[in-house]
Ligand binder design. Structure first.
Ligand code: HDE
Length: 755
């Protein structure tokens, strides 16, 4: 056993280190604090045990305490113990009858350890199983004060948040970059009760009535016989459903667009989808749709990148989120609302606000910013926080209320219900990540996993035994307002309003709003997905839907499938394109982007050192890629030609043209890309570097070179093509590359075949 002094020293040192770790680093508006950005994957010592293993929500980052008593500590003291706290001297050997066994039934430590392990897993979410989460803070701008009484939107008010991003269809272990809708669920721990904004990165949904939800999900999930394909919509049952339930065509169009393969969670928009009702202190109401606008702009992967990532780094989005936060490049979104008058017909400019398959173009109702969210803390324990977080649309603070959107109404049932199975009973709001930061006094008692020790004898109202406690609140005490909306006098029916019958006009609006390169991507996506279907009738039915959206789109996909393009069966809607829907043609900050720098032992290190500082100062993360690992002078090599692959980098800089190493892949003759000029093979460059350039070129990333690096560009045959720059120093080249990165990609490299 260790001498007590040594143990004490270890614990105290660890506590100090943890205190350093827990002190939030300067969040820094990127660019302002270059020193806080660092390559997050540099090998470092294992983290010491946390000083305080109380749950993170006991005291929140903004200093607020939760509304419930401090929870039991998860881990205390330096010694390994049983679950009951008895110190242990051995956990590697079971208690046996002699060294050769058998194991004794009486080994209580063995039984407890294995019993607990056997039950470590809980059911994964029936949808949105794969996700990643982070903590942060929301600050209100005060601009919504006239419209809602919700306190967290008041000017300067700071509220802790926890966000979970997710894919929809895949299992918990599936790849992040599958073509899919992304969940964007935010828990605002407001002083007035938790508000869950459970949105997606796509502003519309597949179905208009929640009763179809099991059906659309059954169609999207793997086939029941073989349980394939995983995390894919490219299969018969999905296209069978969406071509039969044509209301799904608008959402499907978004999925087939670049929105289905985001570059990062940090570059996704978020949408509350449904129309909400806001109510102010005077009881006046407006209808509103919530939007999250990412500071970094909306940006996507290319299809090839997403496929490569699914194999090479299936955790890409999760890693990107956590690396960015750890590097100090805190992701930010502005929360905005589109506001509509609360008229009895609940429409705006002819658009039914209760139809969740419809958007209101931003050009008709601008998104008004009402606050900003910054994600600044990664989870301490993934299971405890990301897996156990439970969102529910009915978690609403005073000032925000529901509408009669039939999808919204169905969700109000589903989210509470699903947690009973997933989290094992009705007390999941007592799990630390789910605890409100407002005081809770709910009269709910007992049930599985009850953690509270409720005092008092009268959990009912009114009572005379507990002093009348709890009391009900009125307007003065900021009670929740169920807006007394009139309900139409009507018969019970299973039917939709007539306005829900238009299934194509907005899919057409989306298509017509895309730039040529985005249209090209959509065509390729439909052609790929339908090409993966076996049933001819399904392909034909979906082509009919495309014909009803846009004949050109239909024709292009039909050609790819080798099928005739049908004529439209509905009149084509006359739509006014919405430029806000396109991701191309705008400029954005490139904070937290990754810049790969190819160097070798002959490279001028002073130049590279200066370049790294400039990249840091620009708020980006430079990664040195060299033929071997270890150090290059005083700088760490972060990727080698064996471990670095193009998909990780947003831009590539070359300071070297390293000769082929013995372990390199065989060289190829000429540039493989269909649109690139022929390669110059006069200088032999390591083919892995050529591949790096080739892929970055194909994926329309900015590429720059100086010195020997220019030879590598020549060898790859990309010199003189759009977005490939050279200069006389790293700094010089980076200033051009930085400009190119503002547009996210060098779009000219995609020669689109459609106008
Ligand atoms: Fe969900 N959805 N959903 N959904 N949803 C769930 O709740 C459901 C819908 C969304 O990170 C489940 O706790 C129904 C629209 C997100 O924990 C479940 C309907 C939108 C998440 C459920 C919808 C969403 C979920 C599964 C149709 C965007 C992940 C686990 C009426 C506005 C939340 C859980 C997280 C999760 C039901 C439609 C977003 C089964 C019945 C529309 C982001 O309750």
């Amino acid at each position: 056993s260790k001498p007590a002094k040594a143990v004490k020293d270890v614990v105290e040192n660890a506590a100090e280190k943890v205190a350093d770790l827990l002190t939030p680093d300067v969040p820094g508006s990127p660019g302002s604090a270059p020193a806080t950005l660092e390559e997050p994957t540099t090998p470092h010592d294992p983290l010491p045990p946390k000083k305080e293993q109380g749950t993170p929500e006991t005291v929140t980052p903004t200093g607020a305490t939760t509304g419930v008593p401090a929870p039991a500590k998860a881990q205390q003291g330096p010694y390994l113990t049983t679950a009951q706290g008895a110190r242990l001297r051995d956990t590697d050997h079971s208690l046996k009858a002699g060294p050769r066994g058998p194991i004794l039934m009486q080994d209580h430590h063995f039984r407890e350890k294995i019993m607990h392990f056997d039950h470590e897993r809980i059911p994964e979410r029936v949808v949105h199983a794969r996700g990643a989460g982070a903590h942060g803070v929301f600050e209100g701008y005060g601009t919504a004060e006239g419209m809602t009484r919700a306190g967290f939107l008041k000017k300067g008010k700071k509220t802790d948040v926890f966000v979970r991003f997710s894919t929809v269809l895949g299992s918990r272990g599936s790849a992040d970059t599958a073509r899919d809708t992304r969940g964007f669920a935010t828990k605002f721990y407001t002083d007035e009760g938790t508000f869950d904004l459970v949105g997606n990165n796509i502003p519309v949904f597949f179905i208009q009535d929640g009763i179809k939800f099991p059906d659309v999900i059954h169609a999207g999930k793997p086939h029941p016989d073989r349980e394939i394909p995983q995390a894919q919509s490219a299969h018969d049952t999905f296209w069978d459903f969406v071509s039969l339930h044509t209301e799904a065509q608008h959402h499907t169009m978004w999925n087939m667009s670049d929105r289905g393969i985001p570059r990062s969670y940090r570059t996704m928009e978020g949408f509350g989808v449904h129309t909400f009702r806001l109510v102010n202190a005077a009881g006046e109401t407006v209808l509103a749709k919530f939007h999250w606008k990412p500071k970094l702009g909306v940006h996507s992967l290319t299809w090839e990148e997403s496929q490569m990532l699914a194999g090479m780094d299936p955790d890409y989005h999760r890693r990107d989120l956590y690396d960015a936060i750890e590097a100090g490049a805190y992701p930010e979104w502005e929360l905005g609302i589109q506001v509509f008058p609360d008229t009895p017909d609940e429409t705006f400019e002819g658009i039914d606000l209760l139809d969740p398959t419809k958007i209101v173009p931003e050009e008709l109702a601008p998104v008004q910013p009402i606050g900003k969210m910054t994600l600044n803390r990664t989870p301490t324990n993934f299971f405890a926080e990301v897996e156990q977080v439970a969102f529910h649309l009915g978690h609403l603070p005073p000032g925000i209320d529901v509408t009669n959107d039939p999808l919204f109404q169905a969700r109000l049932f589903s989210y509470l219900d699903t947690q009973i199975t997933r989290l094992g009973g009705p007390n999941f709001s007592q799990i630390p990540i789910n605890r409100p930061h407002a005081a809770v006094n709910d009269m709910f008692r007992d049930g599985l996993h009850q953690h509270a020790v409720h005092a008092g004898v009268a959990p009912y109202r009114p009572n005379s035994l507990d002093g009348g406690n709890p009391f009900v609140a009125g307007d003065e005490e900021n009670a929740f307002v169920d807006v007394p909306v009139k309900v139409a006098e009507a018969s019970k029916v299973r039917a939709n309003p007539v306005s829900f019958d238009d299934h194509y006009s907005q899919a057409r609006l989306f298509w017509q709003s895309m730039s040529p390169v985005e249209k090209e991507h959509i065509i390729r996506a439909y052609t790929f997905e339908l090409g993966k279907c076996y049933e001819q009738a399904i392909k034909e039915r979906q082509l009919q839907c495309l014909a009803n959206i846009d004949p050109l789109l239909c024709q292009e996909v039909a050609t790819g499938l080798g099928l005739p393009a049908p004529e439209p069966t509905v009149p084509l809607a006359d739509v006014v394109p919405s430029p806000a829907l396109s991701q191309v043609g705008k400029e954005w900050p490139a904070d937290g982007r990754i810049v790969g720098i190819v160097v070798d032992d002959d490279t001028d290190l002073d130049d590279v050192r200066a370049l790294r500082m400039v990249v840091f100062t620009a708020g980006m993360v430079p990664l040195l890629i060299a033929p071997h690992g270890g150090m290059l002078g005083d700088m760490p090599v972060q990727r080698t030609f064996a471990t670095g692959r193009s998909i990780e980098f947003d831009a590539l800089l070359l300071a070297a043209a390293p000769a082929p190493a013995p372990d390199a892949m065989p060289a190829r003759d000429a540039k493989a890309g269909a649109n690139g000029p022929a390669a110059d093979n006069s200088a032999a460059v390591d083919p892995r570097v050529t591949l790096l350039i080739d892929e970055c070129w194909r994926h329309a990333k900015a590429i720059g070179a100086w010195g020997a690096g220019v030879t590598a560009l020549k060898q790859a045959g990309v010199t003189g093509t759009p977005g490939v720059v050279s200069g006389d120093s790293g700094e010089n080249v980076f200033s051009d590359v930085r400009q190119l990165m503002a547009s996210h990609r060098v779009w000219e490299r995609f020669p689109a075949s459609v106008a």
